[in-house]
Each structure stands twice: as C-alpha cells, then as structure tokens.
Design a binder for this molecule. Structure first.
Ligand code: NAD
Ligand code: TYD
Length: 343
C-alpha cells in the first residue's frame, strides 16, 4: 500500500479519514477523487491543502474515463470508497442520484480497478443495509433488509463488492458504520442540523414521537476503524463498526439543547419520515475479536466538543445554509413545520 485513492474525500467522514492519513502517514500518498456535490466541501480539506503527500481531483466515480485517468496518473494501488449520496430524506424525495453514484459508481470503480489490476478496495457502508431491529444486535451474517432508497443503494454496492471478490478474487473489505457525528458534517444530518438551528433559536423538526433509536459513533472512531480494516481486514470480509451508544432521537435532541442552554420548546414533533427505521443496533464482536478495534470516544464528551465546534466555526456552516440548502429545507420541512405539534 503506497498510493491510496480516497473517493468522497471532501465529505464529512472521508475528509476526517484524509486529514488523519495525510498527517499520520507521510509514507502514503493520498489522492482524493470527489465530484463536489452539494455535500462535498474543499473547506473540509484545508488542513491538508499544502501537504506534500496529498492531491485533489474533482470528478465522478461513475465516469469510467475519469476513474481510469486518476488511477493511472497516480499509480494507485489501494482504493477507499467513501463517495456516495448519503441522506435518507433526499433519497426519498429523489432516488436517482443514489442509484447512479452508490450502485453504478461503485461498480465503475471496481471494474476499472479490476481492468488495471488493482486488487485492494475498501468500501464504506452503513448499518442501514440491515434495516430495523426491534431488539438485540445485528451481526455481519444477518439478512439485509434495507428500507430506504439510500439503504437499498448502499446494499446494492455491497453486493458488487462481494461479486468482485468471489468472481475476480479482488481483495475487498466492507465496514458498516453506525450514525456518525462530529465536526464538518453537512447540516442536513440530524446532529449538525439541530445544533445549527438551535444556535439560531429555530424550531427543531423531530420526526414522529422521537423514540427512534440510533447508535452513535464519533467521526474519528469511524475513520480509525476504516484505517484498521484497510491495514488488517481479511479479504472479502465485512465488519460492523458501532459506537456502542444507543440513544432515542429525542434524548440526542435534549442533550444538544442542554449543552447550548436552549429551551426544549424549540422541539416540534412533525410528520414522520416514510418507512422510518425504528432502531439500528450492531454488535462490534467481530471487529473487536479479529482486529482489536473499539471506539475510543465517550458520547457525552465527543458530542459536547462537536457542539462547541459548530459554535466556534460559523464560518464553515453559515455559507452552506444558503442557496440550494434553503430549497431542500423548504421541500423537506416547510409543510411539516406548518402542521407541527410541540413537545
Ligand atoms: P457526505 O455526504 O458528507 O460526503 C459524500 C462525499 O461524496 C461528498 O464529498 C460528495 O461530493 C462525494 N460524492 C458524491 N457523489 C459522488 C460521485 N458520483 N463521485 C465522486 N464523489 C461523489 O457523506 P459522509 O457522511 O461523509 O459519508 C461517507 C460514506 O460513509 C458514505 O458512503 C456513507 O454512505 C457512509 N456512512 C455514513 C454514515 C453517517 O452517519 N454519515 C454512517 C455510516 C456510513
Ligand atoms: P439522519 O441524521 O438523517 O440519519 P439516518 O437517517 O441515516 O439515521 O437522522 C437520524 C435520526 O434523526 C433518524 O431517526 C431521523 C431523525 N431526524 C429527525 O427526527 N428530524 C430531522 O430533521 C432529521 C434530519 C432526522
């Protein structure tokens, strides 16, 4: 492993992985390929901009000519695929881009790598491929029952990884991470959305009763798990990556309001997300036993530090919450909030 292509490296988790790898591993060259969709942001990569072992290329993983050029130009031997359309609510409003990037894009990446003889591909997937679990914890061999177009597209991508491992003998690995939070997260996901709305004393639209459960993972722990699996994961293997910190959405929301010193009257219970998964929960038994990985960050401390980061870095998020963001906000929330109840 020497020249590593990181797709989607201008996004939230991809950029955390790039910042970490560039700074901790001068022996690797890190090349980012990113389309710079609404979610891609070069500000996320400012800390590594001038590093000698880093380069950025704008382009689409679903375009074979682009992928081939980048793989050849930088003599890439390892690929880490973070690139994806990632927001469940957007996948409900408009699924096309999800199929195109998450399924077709992953296929083009794999197939171009295969043609050039590049064996090593790590794919960043999600716990959402399993669907909802009322009690207990998902294990890696469990049935996949994805419920949103986003989750289905991520499951489709995983199936391509499997096929390229079994059929062509490529050295693929997959991580299924849980709900990730931290600095530089696009403010459509619930944590940065609610934090930045609450800073401005605006309503927080909580879907349904707010008793849905998510498992929360700090972004540096997620990036760390990807690195560990990249270094030591077995060919063809899949690893759950959970934060081992389950919370009801309403309790995450209350925690954010408490740290910010804002009133709970900002919470508005709004019409639920269609097909909303009630609970996600994973066991980390496999990654812990086989690779010795476990999350290092405590939820309360990491979420408090994250909230402080958004308070201290308005330069980063205020300019995002303009233009297209406002169109999306209107489509997703205007009617819901107009019909909202308080909580
Ligand atoms: P993000 O939306 O912040 O970033 C996605 C990045 O991919 C952006 O920089 C975007 O420009 C880029 N991209 C999109 N389409 C592209 C294309 N066709 N070609 C090249 N680049 C493209 O996402 P994130 O939250 O950082 O998630 C990264 C990965 O981790 C995704 O694969 C996601 O499914 C997975 N994941 C996310 C979470 C989470 O809680 N955020 C949890 C588990 C897994
Ligand atoms: P989200 O950040 O979209 O992640 P995911 O759907 O991938 O888990 O949402 C996290 C949880 O918060 C999910 O149960 C939906 C809920 N949620 C709200 O209640 N209101 C919102 O405005 C958003 C964006 C999410």
């Amino acid at each position: 492993m020497k020249n590593i292509l990181v797709t989607g490296g201008a996004g939230f988790i991809g950029s955390a992985f790039v910042r970490r790898m560039v700074q901790a591993h001068p022996e690797y060259t890190i090349i980012v390929l990113d389309k710079l969709t609404y979610a891609g942001n070069l500000d996320n990569l400012l800390p590594v901009n001038n590093a000698p072992n880093y380069a950025f290329e704008q382009g689409d993983i679903a375009h074979r000519d682009v992928v081939q050029r980048v793989l050849e130009t930088y003599d890439i031997d390892t690929i880490v695929n973070f690139a994806a359309e990632t927001h469940v609510d957007r996948s409900i409003l408009a699924p096309d881009a999800f199929i195109q990037t998450d399924v077709v894009g992953t296929y083009i990446l794999l197939d171009t790598a295969r043609q050039l003889g590049i064996q090593r591909v790590h794919h960043v997937s999600t716990d959402e491929v399993y669907g909802s679990i009322p009690e207990g914890f998902f294990r890696e061999g469990d049935l996949l029952e994805p419920n949103s177009p986003y989750a289905a597209s991520k499951a489709g991508a995983e199936m391509m990884l499997r096929a390229y491992h079994v059929t062509y003998g490529m050295y693929t690995t997959v991580t299924r991470g849980s709900n990730t939070f931290g600095p530089y997260q696009y403010p459509e996901k619930v944590a940065p959305f609610f934090i930045t709305e609450a800073i401005d004393n605006r309503s927080l639209p909580l879907y349904g009763d707010g008793l849905q459960v998510r498992d929360w993972l700090y972004v540096d722990d997620h990036a760390d798990a990807v690195e560990v699996v990249l270094q030591k994961g077995a060919p063809g293997a899949i690893y759950n990556v959970g934060g081992e910190h389950e919370m009801h959405n309403i309790d995450v929301t209350r925690f954010i309001l408490k740290v910010l010193g804002k009133p709970e009257s900002l919470i508005k219970h709004v019409e639920d997300r269609p097909g909303h998964d009630r609970r996600y929960a994973l066991t980390n038994d496999k990654i812990r036993a086989e690779l010795g990985w476990q999350a290092q960050h405590n939820f309360e401390e990491a979420m408090t530090a994250t909230i402080r980061w958004y308070q201290d870095n308005e330069w980063w998020w205020r300019k995002i919450k303009t233009g297209e963001y406002l169109d999306y906000y209107k489509a997703q929330y205007a009617e819901r909030l107009a019909n909202a109840g308080s909580g």
